[in-house]
Design a protein around this ligand. Sequence first.
Ligand code: SAM
Ligand code: SF4
Length: 439
Amino acid sequence: MSLSRAQRVARYGGRAPRYTSYPTANHFHDLGPEAVVDALSRLEPSVSVYAHVPYCTKLCWYCGCNTTIRRDRSIGESLVDGLLAELQLLVPHMGRHRMGQLALGGGTPNFLTDESLRRLMAGIEEVFDVDDATVRSIELDPRTVEPTQLTTLTELGFRRFSLGVQTLDPEVQQVVNRPLGAKRLWNIAHSLRSRGPTSLNLDLMVGLPRQTRQTLDGTLRSVLAIRPERLAVFQYAHMPSMRPAQKLLERHGLPGPEDRDELFQHVVERLSEAGYERVGFDHFALPDDPIAVAARHGKLERNFQGFTEDDSRDLLALGPSAIGRVGRLFYQNHRDVTPWREAVDAGVLPVARGLLSTDEDELLGSLIKDLMCRAETTLEPLGPLRADVEERLTPLVRDGLVAIEGDRVTVTDDGFDFVRAVAAVFDARLDRRAHAPVA
Ligand SMILES: C[S@@+](CC[C@H](N)C(=O)[O-])C[C@H]1O[C@@H](n2cnc3c(N)ncnc32)[C@H](O)[C@@H]1O
Ligand code: SF4
């Protein structure tokens, strides 16, 4: 007999990895710069670039991102010096390449002043070839972004903006220390759109204290009035041992997995009614947005920034904690600003950890990506690994999450929200004692 939704949530809604990469970053080991230098000689002609700005002016108590709180924004100038010096360390090893995508993330990239943003972009674009198809995107904190920054960013060629909204309910905002008015958000969206073609993404969060269907409906009303091209709806990840400020949320009571799932389903339904297509498990897009088109054509991709239509193989990472990939090599910079900067100032690539993926990793990674992006995959290439995978799939078939026909494995509609648990079946490196489904 198939399981109820609540039983599925209890059994499969636990902590399976998000598979923004396979192998996942917790398997990275100590790695020196030589491995990156070696890989750079085999860089593809067109690359993506990610630069991390690890500062915010005020801490949101739910925050799980890699950031440091600084009131004085002048430290951003020093950060840009470091990012550009890091890039110059790559140049002698990589030759000239096209930059297909540039993403600035954080933290809060709009922590940087207009002057710093201009300097950073000029320094990056001097090193790569850019053309009309180069996509520049940036994460913005709508509470702190300034009108002059919006002008500067459009002048610099940014067309994709991701705004962190999370919730527009005043009570929930107070509980998480992130006040933001709907009017301000609307003004920013309007201002960006008035400057030319723009793609807006809004991040929402489900599972915060005091969130109810009513508070979510209020947030969705304001958000849907903006009609962003994309929405990302994240389920709040609570890890207070790593992010002590998150403990502050506990006194208000956090929704349990079942309640959180119920709220998430509610948002999914509302977005579908409003004409959004679901892209992967946590993104939503208007039907003519490139990510929705890619998803419909089976061309959706997944990388460290989540679901994307960017199919570049190579991603160069700049800044503390940033993760890159060149060919089979994954690498991550020092997490904290100080060791990252010390390495850069010493003329050494600030790489701390990483992993060279094996043939088996490549195979399993491609099957996992198929599941995450297309909700189906094949057992055919698994060879000697197949018996173990099939054995692990058996309970998921029994519980209605997947269907197997010959070599084809398809995630069912009922299983779609648990696709991470399905992908985990193909993960040969997973510590299964820590991730066992609840019987
Ligand atoms: C690095 S933040 C960048 C956005 C920008 N700093 C801001 O807050 O507006 C990217 C997104 O991660 C999500 N996020 C942060 N902490 C999270 C957590 N604990 N669980 C789930 N999602 C989280 C939020 O939706 C946030 O907008
Ligand atoms: S959610 Fe954004 S603004 Fe808030 S602390 Fe985290 S990175 Fe900074």
